[in-house]
Ligand binder design. Structure first.
Ligand code: MLT
Length: 408
């Protein structure tokens, strides 16, 4: 008799964003004249930068010739892209990362979800609360979390509350943990972590023989140079941290698909007998077995993100989204709402009015202002009482959304 993987039955009914999509579609069907403004899922709206488009066109032309044709590429990514990443994202900030420690992939969602496979099932997982749901759900699927307690929390996960009081950066856990998921700039709260805060975490991981899984997908939105873009700006991080990056939000690649993960050669996990085992060859083995690389055309497009004109064009797009974030923050503050984030991240974390839970406020915004947000409860118990507004939309639509909310 074929048996199902019962860990999947422990998951909440649907993944957060499809559930929001379902509710928005139902509303749109019932109110076909409603002009809905989407500030829910963090999906970019501006077209690809011209430098990226030109590089992709050229790569298509390469593929039409015998000399320029590319079949299967290296699973880990082409050297030209890995070298450009090292020079521009790491060396430029004094972070020590080598090109062969970079694994190009088709998305940080897949990488943050897949990487847990290389760790034993008896590791204790620590996540912030609220949290990007992928970290939790993929550990549930693997069988590392125990059962769901009915409030959406899992018995064996250590939740680290992120609240306005701790500026949405968690305290160190009281009990020992092994796999620590951190995301800065943070999805969903928009908070950032300072160098001293990350240094505490790196020290903790070294002392406790833990690993930090650091999601830096939103680093390009940081506007204050003193805030780390990479965990490898912290001394010792190469021993204990794996970092995830993405071209999705930084270069408009949500529909193109390209990201990368950094696995330094020093980072280890331990065998039952206590022997250190480097994770780089293990992730390499997993990656080569289950993944055939990102297309040549896409990687040439990603490489162009680092060209002088690519950088300039991209920065203009990021500035546009961050100016949206500013409009959202200022408008909501003027209306008396409490807002967080939005300064170094494309997300604004909005406290719902007294007595209104996050799904009810989602309904109010959808039905009365025809504006889509993401309910904080979808990111965990500590997200209750908040909603997330994304700055990814055209400036005129963001302005319009704010005017509608002002009329509520
Ligand atoms: C989000 O809105 O949180 C993100 O777009 C989801 C993702 O990147 O998978």
């Amino acid at each position: 008799m074929i048996r199902v993987n019962e860990h999947f039955l422990k998951l909440k009914a649907g993944y957060l964003f499809p559930e929001i999509g379902r509710r928005v579609s139902a509303f749109a069907q019932a109110s076909p004249r409603a002009d809905i403004i989407k500030l829910g899922i963090g999906d970019v709206t501006e077209p690809l930068p011209p430098a990226v488009v030109a590089a992709m066109h050229k790569a298509v032309d390469d593929m039409t010739t015998v000399a320029g044709f590319h079949g299967y590429g290296p699973e880990q990514g082409y050297g030209f892209l890995r070298e450009a990443i090292v020079a521009n994202d790491f060396k430029s900030r004094g972070a020590d990362v080598a090109a062969d420690e970079i694994f190009i992939s088709d998305g940080a969602k897949c990488d943050t979800g897949n990487l847990q496979e290389i760790f034993g099932l008896d590791n204790v997982v620590a996540v912030t609360d609220p949290v990007y749901p992928v970290y939790v759900d993929t550990n549930v699927m693997a069988g590392r979390t125990g059962g769901n307690d009915g409030t959406g929390r899992y018995a064996k996960i250590v939740y680290m509350p992120c609240t306005a009081d701790n500026e949405f950066v968690p305290e160190l856990p009281e009990e020992p943990v092994d796999m620590i998921y951190l995301c800065y700039p943070n999805n969903p709260t928009g908070a950032v972590a300072a160098k001293e805060q990350l240094t505490k975490w790196v020290r903790y991981a070294i002392e406790n023989k833990a690993v930090i899984l650091y999601d830096a997908a939103y680093e390009a939105f940081i506007r204050d140079d003193s805030i780390p873009h990479s965990i490898y700006e912290i001394d010792g991080a190469r021993k204990v941290a794996i970092e995830f990056r993405s071209f999705s939000k930084t270069a408009g690649f949500t529909g193109v698909r390209c990201a990368f993960t950094v696995v330094p050669k020093e980072v280890v996990a331990y065998t039952k007998s206590g022997g250190p085992q480097p994770l780089h060859p293990i992730w390499n083995r997993r990656h080569c077995t289950k993944f055939n690389g990102v297309s040549y055309i896409t990687q040439r497009g990603a490489e162009a993100v680092y060209s002088p004109e690519g950088k300039r064009q991209n920065q203009a797009i990021i500035d546009l989204y961050m100016s949206n974030a500013d409009v959202i923050c200022q408008s909501l503050k003027r209306l008396g709402y409490q807002v967080y984030g939005g300064k170094h991240a494309p997300y604004v974390w909005l406290k719902t009015p007294e007595g209104i839970d996050s799904w009810s406020f989602f309904d109010v915004l959808l039905k009365r202002a025809n504006v889509v947000c993401t309910p904080g409860a979808g990111f965990g118990a500590a997200g209750e009482g908040y909603v997330r507004l994304s700055a990814f939309n055209h400036p005129c639509r963001v302005q319009e959304a704010m005017e509608r909310i002002a009329k509520l």
